[in-house]
Design a protein around this ligand. Structure first.
Ligand SMILES: [Mn+2]
Length: 394
Protein backbone atom coordinates (compact mmCIF):
# COMPACT_ATOMS: atom_id res chain seq x y z
CA UNK A 1 0.00 0.00 0.00
CA UNK A 2 2.70 2.48 1.04
CA UNK A 3 4.67 1.80 -2.13
CA UNK A 4 1.61 2.38 -4.30
CA UNK A 5 0.73 5.66 -2.55
CA UNK A 6 4.33 6.77 -2.90
CA UNK A 7 4.22 6.10 -6.67
CA UNK A 8 0.99 8.12 -6.93
CA UNK A 9 2.53 11.02 -5.02
CA UNK A 10 5.63 11.04 -7.19
CA UNK A 11 3.61 11.00 -10.42
CA UNK A 12 1.33 13.78 -9.15
CA UNK A 13 4.42 15.85 -8.39
CA UNK A 14 5.39 15.55 -12.04
CA UNK A 15 1.93 16.69 -13.16
CA UNK A 16 2.00 19.74 -10.94
CA UNK A 17 4.93 21.30 -12.78
CA UNK A 18 3.63 21.04 -16.35
CA UNK A 19 2.79 24.12 -18.38
CA UNK A 20 1.49 22.51 -21.57
CA UNK A 21 -1.77 20.85 -22.64
CA UNK A 22 -2.22 17.16 -21.84
CA UNK A 23 -4.51 14.66 -23.58
CA UNK A 24 -6.69 12.40 -21.43
CA UNK A 25 -7.40 9.12 -23.20
CA UNK A 26 -10.16 7.11 -21.56
CA UNK A 27 -12.40 4.08 -22.01
CA UNK A 28 -16.01 4.41 -23.23
CA UNK A 29 -17.74 2.60 -20.35
CA UNK A 30 -19.05 4.09 -17.08
CA UNK A 31 -15.76 3.46 -15.29
CA UNK A 32 -13.80 5.22 -18.03
CA UNK A 33 -16.22 8.15 -18.19
CA UNK A 34 -16.08 8.60 -14.41
CA UNK A 35 -12.28 8.44 -14.56
CA UNK A 36 -12.24 11.18 -17.19
CA UNK A 37 -14.63 13.39 -15.21
CA UNK A 38 -12.56 12.98 -12.03
CA UNK A 39 -9.31 13.77 -13.85
CA UNK A 40 -10.83 16.71 -15.71
CA UNK A 41 -12.11 18.19 -12.43
CA UNK A 42 -8.71 17.81 -10.78
CA UNK A 43 -6.73 19.22 -13.72
CA UNK A 44 -9.08 22.17 -14.04
CA UNK A 45 -8.57 22.99 -10.38
CA UNK A 46 -4.82 22.72 -10.80
CA UNK A 47 -4.96 25.02 -13.83
CA UNK A 48 -3.70 22.38 -16.25
CA UNK A 49 -5.07 22.59 -19.79
CA UNK A 50 -6.32 19.26 -21.10
CA UNK A 51 -8.20 17.66 -23.98
CA UNK A 52 -10.47 14.60 -23.65
CA UNK A 53 -10.26 11.67 -26.08
CA UNK A 54 -12.57 8.70 -25.61
CA UNK A 55 -11.59 5.37 -27.18
CA UNK A 56 -13.51 2.12 -27.51
CA UNK A 57 -10.41 0.00 -27.66
CA UNK A 58 -6.68 0.36 -28.22
CA UNK A 59 -5.91 -1.04 -31.64
CA UNK A 60 -2.49 -0.34 -33.15
CA UNK A 61 -3.98 2.00 -35.79
CA UNK A 62 -5.79 3.99 -33.08
CA UNK A 63 -2.80 4.30 -30.75
CA UNK A 64 -0.71 5.41 -33.71
CA UNK A 65 -3.23 8.10 -34.59
CA UNK A 66 -3.43 9.39 -31.01
CA UNK A 67 0.34 9.64 -30.72
CA UNK A 68 0.68 11.43 -34.04
CA UNK A 69 -0.77 14.47 -32.24
CA UNK A 70 2.64 15.09 -30.74
CA UNK A 71 1.74 15.88 -27.16
CA UNK A 72 4.59 15.80 -24.64
CA UNK A 73 2.73 13.74 -22.08
CA UNK A 74 -0.23 11.37 -22.52
CA UNK A 75 -2.52 10.29 -19.69
CA UNK A 76 -4.44 7.01 -20.13
CA UNK A 77 -7.37 6.23 -17.81
CA UNK A 78 -9.13 2.86 -17.32
CA UNK A 79 -7.45 1.65 -20.51
CA UNK A 80 -3.87 1.20 -21.65
CA UNK A 81 -2.36 -1.37 -19.28
CA UNK A 82 -3.08 -4.28 -21.63
CA UNK A 83 -1.31 -2.49 -24.47
CA UNK A 84 1.40 -0.76 -22.46
CA UNK A 85 3.86 -2.25 -24.96
CA UNK A 86 2.18 -0.43 -27.83
CA UNK A 87 2.04 2.84 -25.90
CA UNK A 88 5.72 2.48 -24.98
CA UNK A 89 6.65 1.95 -28.63
CA UNK A 90 4.72 5.06 -29.66
CA UNK A 91 6.10 7.36 -26.96
CA UNK A 92 9.63 6.20 -27.81
CA UNK A 93 9.05 7.05 -31.46
CA UNK A 94 7.71 10.52 -30.68
CA UNK A 95 10.06 11.38 -27.86
CA UNK A 96 7.15 11.82 -25.44
CA UNK A 97 5.92 10.23 -22.19
CA UNK A 98 2.82 8.54 -20.81
CA UNK A 99 1.11 7.95 -17.48
CA UNK A 100 -1.16 4.89 -17.47
CA UNK A 101 -3.79 4.69 -14.71
CA UNK A 102 -5.65 1.43 -15.19
CA UNK A 103 -6.85 -1.69 -13.37
CA UNK A 104 -6.99 -4.18 -16.27
CA UNK A 105 -4.37 -6.95 -16.53
CA UNK A 106 -1.12 -5.06 -17.04
CA UNK A 107 1.57 -5.87 -19.53
CA UNK A 108 4.87 -5.04 -17.86
CA UNK A 109 7.07 -2.69 -19.85
CA UNK A 110 10.55 -1.44 -19.10
CA UNK A 111 10.53 2.12 -20.31
CA UNK A 112 11.77 5.33 -18.72
CA UNK A 113 9.01 7.08 -20.62
CA UNK A 114 6.11 5.23 -19.01
CA UNK A 115 4.72 5.70 -15.51
CA UNK A 116 2.51 2.68 -14.99
CA UNK A 117 0.13 3.28 -12.08
CA UNK A 118 -1.80 0.01 -12.14
CA UNK A 119 -2.61 -1.16 -8.57
CA UNK A 120 -2.16 -4.76 -9.80
CA UNK A 121 1.56 -4.00 -9.99
CA UNK A 122 1.37 -3.28 -6.25
CA UNK A 123 -0.45 -6.40 -5.12
CA UNK A 124 -4.10 -5.35 -5.52
CA UNK A 125 -6.64 -7.10 -7.72
CA UNK A 126 -8.15 -5.09 -10.55
CA UNK A 127 -11.07 -7.48 -10.61
CA UNK A 128 -12.17 -7.16 -6.98
CA UNK A 129 -10.34 -4.33 -5.18
CA UNK A 130 -10.11 -1.35 -7.44
CA UNK A 131 -11.79 0.20 -10.46
CA UNK A 132 -10.21 2.51 -13.02
CA UNK A 133 -12.05 5.47 -11.55
CA UNK A 134 -10.88 4.64 -8.02
CA UNK A 135 -7.29 4.43 -9.28
CA UNK A 136 -7.81 7.78 -11.01
CA UNK A 137 -9.33 9.31 -7.87
CA UNK A 138 -6.44 8.12 -5.67
CA UNK A 139 -3.98 9.61 -8.13
CA UNK A 140 -5.73 12.90 -8.85
CA UNK A 141 -6.52 13.73 -5.23
CA UNK A 142 -2.76 14.10 -4.79
CA UNK A 143 -3.05 17.01 -7.22
CA UNK A 144 -6.29 18.76 -6.19
CA UNK A 145 -9.04 18.73 -3.61
CA UNK A 146 -11.51 16.12 -4.85
CA UNK A 147 -13.85 15.05 -2.04
CA UNK A 148 -16.83 16.34 -4.07
CA UNK A 149 -15.80 14.02 -6.96
CA UNK A 150 -15.44 10.87 -4.85
CA UNK A 151 -19.01 9.81 -5.70
CA UNK A 152 -17.97 9.39 -9.34
CA UNK A 153 -15.49 6.71 -8.32
CA UNK A 154 -18.33 4.94 -6.48
CA UNK A 155 -20.39 4.97 -9.70
CA UNK A 156 -17.39 3.83 -11.76
CA UNK A 157 -16.79 0.96 -9.34
CA UNK A 158 -20.23 -0.52 -10.06
CA UNK A 159 -18.65 -2.73 -12.74
CA UNK A 160 -17.03 -4.71 -9.92
CA UNK A 161 -19.56 -7.15 -8.45
CA UNK A 162 -20.36 -7.32 -4.73
CA UNK A 163 -19.84 -4.84 -1.91
CA UNK A 164 -17.08 -2.32 -2.49
CA UNK A 165 -13.89 -3.48 -0.80
CA UNK A 166 -10.21 -2.70 -0.41
CA UNK A 167 -9.12 0.41 -2.37
CA UNK A 168 -12.66 0.98 -3.66
CA UNK A 169 -13.69 1.78 -0.06
CA UNK A 170 -11.50 4.89 -0.01
CA UNK A 171 -13.61 7.05 -2.37
CA UNK A 172 -16.73 5.50 -0.85
CA UNK A 173 -15.81 6.77 2.61
CA UNK A 174 -14.87 10.19 1.23
CA UNK A 175 -18.17 10.40 -0.69
CA UNK A 176 -20.17 9.49 2.42
CA UNK A 177 -18.27 12.12 4.41
CA UNK A 178 -18.96 14.69 1.69
CA UNK A 179 -22.67 13.90 1.97
CA UNK A 180 -22.99 12.70 -1.65
CA UNK A 181 -23.46 8.97 -1.05
CA UNK A 182 -25.52 6.97 1.40
CA UNK A 183 -24.80 3.30 2.12
CA UNK A 184 -27.91 1.19 2.55
CA UNK A 185 -27.96 -2.42 3.64
CA UNK A 186 -30.57 -4.83 2.32
CA UNK A 187 -30.53 -8.64 2.49
CA UNK A 188 -26.91 -8.73 3.56
CA UNK A 189 -25.76 -6.62 0.63
CA UNK A 190 -24.72 -2.99 0.44
CA UNK A 191 -26.31 -0.54 -1.96
CA UNK A 192 -24.96 2.91 -2.68
CA UNK A 193 -27.34 5.76 -3.26
CA UNK A 194 -26.09 8.91 -4.98
CA UNK A 195 -28.13 11.24 -2.82
CA UNK A 196 -28.40 14.39 -4.94
CA UNK A 197 -29.37 12.38 -8.05
CA UNK A 198 -31.70 10.07 -6.09
CA UNK A 199 -30.34 7.10 -8.04
CA UNK A 200 -28.39 3.99 -7.07
CA UNK A 201 -24.79 3.74 -8.32
CA UNK A 202 -25.40 0.73 -10.57
CA UNK A 203 -28.34 2.36 -12.38
CA UNK A 204 -26.23 5.43 -13.14
CA UNK A 205 -23.45 3.16 -14.28
CA UNK A 206 -25.58 1.47 -16.95
CA UNK A 207 -26.96 4.81 -18.17
CA UNK A 208 -23.41 6.15 -18.56
CA UNK A 209 -22.20 3.02 -20.34
CA UNK A 210 -25.01 3.30 -22.89
CA UNK A 211 -24.13 6.95 -23.50
CA UNK A 212 -20.43 6.19 -23.95
CA UNK A 213 -20.61 3.02 -26.00
CA UNK A 214 -23.85 3.25 -28.01
CA UNK A 215 -23.41 7.02 -28.33
CA UNK A 216 -19.72 6.80 -29.16
CA UNK A 217 -20.05 8.33 -32.64
CA UNK A 218 -22.63 10.91 -31.51
CA UNK A 219 -20.78 12.74 -28.79
CA UNK A 220 -22.16 10.49 -26.04
CA UNK A 221 -18.95 10.13 -24.02
CA UNK A 222 -18.25 13.87 -23.84
CA UNK A 223 -21.84 14.65 -22.95
CA UNK A 224 -21.62 12.05 -20.15
CA UNK A 225 -18.42 13.60 -18.77
CA UNK A 226 -20.13 17.01 -18.77
CA UNK A 227 -23.12 15.57 -16.93
CA UNK A 228 -20.84 14.08 -14.28
CA UNK A 229 -18.88 17.28 -13.78
CA UNK A 230 -22.12 19.26 -13.51
CA UNK A 231 -23.53 16.71 -11.07
CA UNK A 232 -26.72 16.47 -13.15
CA UNK A 233 -27.71 13.80 -15.66
CA UNK A 234 -30.26 14.60 -18.34
CA UNK A 235 -32.16 11.30 -18.52
CA UNK A 236 -33.90 12.15 -21.79
CA UNK A 237 -30.62 12.73 -23.61
CA UNK A 238 -29.25 9.55 -22.10
CA UNK A 239 -32.27 7.50 -23.19
CA UNK A 240 -31.99 8.64 -26.82
CA UNK A 241 -28.98 6.39 -27.31
CA UNK A 242 -30.68 3.30 -25.88
CA UNK A 243 -33.77 3.95 -28.01
CA UNK A 244 -31.67 4.16 -31.16
CA UNK A 245 -29.96 0.89 -30.32
CA UNK A 246 -33.28 -0.83 -29.70
CA UNK A 247 -34.55 0.24 -33.15
CA UNK A 248 -31.46 -0.93 -35.03
CA UNK A 249 -31.37 -4.23 -33.15
CA UNK A 250 -34.93 -5.12 -34.08
CA UNK A 251 -34.16 -4.28 -37.73
CA UNK A 252 -31.12 -6.54 -37.63
CA UNK A 253 -32.98 -9.41 -35.96
CA UNK A 254 -35.70 -9.16 -38.60
CA UNK A 255 -33.21 -9.30 -41.45
CA UNK A 256 -31.37 -12.30 -40.02
CA UNK A 257 -34.55 -14.19 -39.18
CA UNK A 258 -35.49 -13.86 -42.86
CA UNK A 259 -32.09 -14.47 -44.48
CA UNK A 260 -30.59 -16.84 -41.91
CA UNK A 261 -26.91 -17.14 -41.11
CA UNK A 262 -24.20 -18.22 -43.52
CA UNK A 263 -22.46 -21.46 -42.63
CA UNK A 264 -18.84 -22.43 -43.33
CA UNK A 265 -17.46 -25.49 -41.53
CA UNK A 266 -17.62 -24.87 -37.78
CA UNK A 267 -18.55 -21.23 -38.26
CA UNK A 268 -21.93 -19.51 -38.72
CA UNK A 269 -21.76 -15.84 -39.56
CA UNK A 270 -23.46 -12.67 -40.73
CA UNK A 271 -22.37 -9.27 -41.96
CA UNK A 272 -24.36 -6.16 -41.04
CA UNK A 273 -22.36 -3.80 -43.24
CA UNK A 274 -23.46 -0.27 -42.35
CA UNK A 275 -26.69 -1.12 -40.52
CA UNK A 276 -25.24 -0.04 -37.15
CA UNK A 277 -23.51 3.00 -38.62
CA UNK A 278 -23.39 5.80 -36.08
CA UNK A 279 -23.50 3.43 -33.11
CA UNK A 280 -20.34 2.45 -31.26
CA UNK A 281 -18.64 -0.72 -32.44
CA UNK A 282 -19.36 -2.45 -29.12
CA UNK A 283 -22.98 -2.78 -30.28
CA UNK A 284 -22.07 -5.61 -32.65
CA UNK A 285 -20.75 -7.49 -29.60
CA UNK A 286 -23.96 -6.97 -27.65
CA UNK A 287 -26.01 -7.94 -30.70
CA UNK A 288 -23.97 -11.08 -31.44
CA UNK A 289 -24.31 -12.16 -27.79
CA UNK A 290 -28.09 -11.79 -27.93
CA UNK A 291 -28.26 -13.65 -31.23
CA UNK A 292 -26.23 -16.54 -29.82
CA UNK A 293 -29.21 -17.42 -27.57
CA UNK A 294 -31.81 -17.23 -30.35
CA UNK A 295 -33.22 -19.97 -32.53
CA UNK A 296 -31.66 -18.45 -35.67
CA UNK A 297 -28.35 -19.57 -34.26
CA UNK A 298 -27.14 -23.19 -34.10
CA UNK A 299 -25.73 -24.22 -30.69
CA UNK A 300 -23.03 -26.27 -32.45
CA UNK A 301 -21.02 -23.67 -34.34
CA UNK A 302 -18.99 -20.60 -33.40
CA UNK A 303 -20.89 -17.42 -34.19
CA UNK A 304 -19.22 -14.47 -35.90
CA UNK A 305 -20.83 -11.08 -36.55
CA UNK A 306 -19.21 -8.44 -38.74
CA UNK A 307 -19.92 -4.75 -39.13
CA UNK A 308 -18.12 -2.00 -40.92
CA UNK A 309 -15.88 -0.03 -38.58
CA UNK A 310 -16.34 3.72 -38.84
CA UNK A 311 -12.84 5.00 -39.33
CA UNK A 312 -13.47 8.59 -38.38
CA UNK A 313 -13.18 8.65 -34.60
CA UNK A 314 -14.87 11.68 -32.98
CA UNK A 315 -12.30 14.30 -31.87
CA UNK A 316 -9.44 11.92 -32.59
CA UNK A 317 -9.40 11.81 -36.38
CA UNK A 318 -9.36 9.24 -39.13
CA UNK A 319 -7.45 5.98 -38.80
CA UNK A 320 -5.55 4.62 -41.79
CA UNK A 321 -7.13 1.85 -43.86
CA UNK A 322 -10.61 0.33 -44.14
CA UNK A 323 -11.62 -1.93 -41.26
CA UNK A 324 -14.30 -4.35 -40.19
CA UNK A 325 -15.17 -5.17 -36.60
CA UNK A 326 -15.70 -8.88 -35.88
CA UNK A 327 -17.44 -10.20 -32.76
CA UNK A 328 -17.09 -13.85 -31.87
CA UNK A 329 -19.40 -15.73 -29.51
CA UNK A 330 -19.69 -19.38 -28.48
CA UNK A 331 -23.25 -20.76 -28.46
CA UNK A 332 -24.14 -23.35 -25.82
CA UNK A 333 -22.64 -26.59 -27.11
CA UNK A 334 -19.52 -24.89 -28.38
CA UNK A 335 -19.02 -23.34 -24.93
CA UNK A 336 -19.46 -26.75 -23.28
CA UNK A 337 -16.85 -28.29 -25.59
CA UNK A 338 -14.42 -25.44 -24.92
CA UNK A 339 -14.87 -26.04 -21.19
CA UNK A 340 -14.17 -29.73 -21.75
CA UNK A 341 -11.06 -28.93 -23.79
CA UNK A 342 -12.59 -30.44 -26.96
CA UNK A 343 -12.69 -27.17 -28.87
CA UNK A 344 -10.26 -24.21 -28.78
CA UNK A 345 -11.18 -21.00 -26.89
CA UNK A 346 -12.62 -18.12 -28.91
CA UNK A 347 -9.78 -15.78 -27.92
CA UNK A 348 -7.05 -18.04 -29.30
CA UNK A 349 -8.85 -18.52 -32.62
CA UNK A 350 -9.62 -14.82 -32.91
CA UNK A 351 -6.16 -13.49 -32.04
CA UNK A 352 -4.43 -15.88 -34.47
CA UNK A 353 -6.91 -15.53 -37.35
CA UNK A 354 -6.90 -11.73 -37.05
CA UNK A 355 -3.13 -11.61 -37.09
CA UNK A 356 -3.05 -13.83 -40.17
CA UNK A 357 -5.19 -11.38 -42.16
CA UNK A 358 -3.41 -8.24 -40.94
CA UNK A 359 -5.72 -7.30 -38.06
CA UNK A 360 -5.64 -7.57 -34.29
CA UNK A 361 -7.92 -9.28 -31.80
CA UNK A 362 -8.40 -10.11 -28.14
CA UNK A 363 -10.92 -11.58 -25.72
CA UNK A 364 -11.46 -14.61 -23.51
CA UNK A 365 -12.62 -18.22 -23.89
CA UNK A 366 -16.27 -17.53 -24.79
CA UNK A 367 -16.24 -14.06 -26.32
CA UNK A 368 -13.70 -12.23 -28.43
CA UNK A 369 -13.44 -9.43 -30.95
CA UNK A 370 -11.13 -8.21 -33.66
CA UNK A 371 -10.53 -5.41 -36.08
CA UNK A 372 -9.56 -6.77 -39.49
CA UNK A 373 -8.96 -5.17 -42.89
CA UNK A 374 -12.20 -4.84 -44.89
CA UNK A 375 -12.53 -7.45 -47.63
CA UNK A 376 -10.69 -10.17 -45.71
CA UNK A 377 -13.69 -11.51 -43.78
CA UNK A 378 -13.88 -14.81 -45.67
CA UNK A 379 -10.15 -15.40 -45.23
CA UNK A 380 -10.63 -14.77 -41.53
CA UNK A 381 -13.31 -17.46 -41.42
CA UNK A 382 -11.15 -19.89 -43.42
CA UNK A 383 -8.30 -19.35 -41.00
CA UNK A 384 -10.67 -19.83 -38.08
CA UNK A 385 -11.83 -23.18 -39.48
CA UNK A 386 -8.28 -24.27 -40.25
CA UNK A 387 -7.21 -23.62 -36.65
CA UNK A 388 -10.20 -25.57 -35.29
CA UNK A 389 -9.30 -28.51 -37.52
CA UNK A 390 -5.68 -28.41 -36.36
CA UNK A 391 -6.84 -28.35 -32.77
CA UNK A 392 -9.31 -31.23 -32.98
CA UNK A 393 -6.87 -33.37 -35.00
CA UNK A 394 -4.14 -33.18 -32.36
MN1 LIG B 1 -12.80 -0.33 -15.66
Amino acid sequence: MEEYLEALREAAEELRSIDFEVPIIFHDDADGLCSAAIASTALERAGIRHELYCVEKLHPAIVKLIHSKNYKLYIYLDIGSGRADLIAKNVEEHDSRAIIVDHHDPRRVESERIIHLNPELYGFSGETDVSGSTATYLFMRELSRLDDAAWMAVVGSAEIPGDLRSLNRVPLEDAVKAGDVEVRRARGRERYLIKFLKKPWNKLSSTLTAMGSVGYYRGGPYLAVEFLKRRAIDEDRAREFEELRRKRFSQAFAILAKKGLKVDGMVQWFHLGDLFKGLGSKTIGTFTSMLSYRRTCSPNRYLIGFMRFEKSLPRIGEIEGEWVKASIRTPKHVADEIRAGELPPASELTVKSAERVGGSGDGHSFAASALIPAGREEEFIEEFNRLIKDFTRS
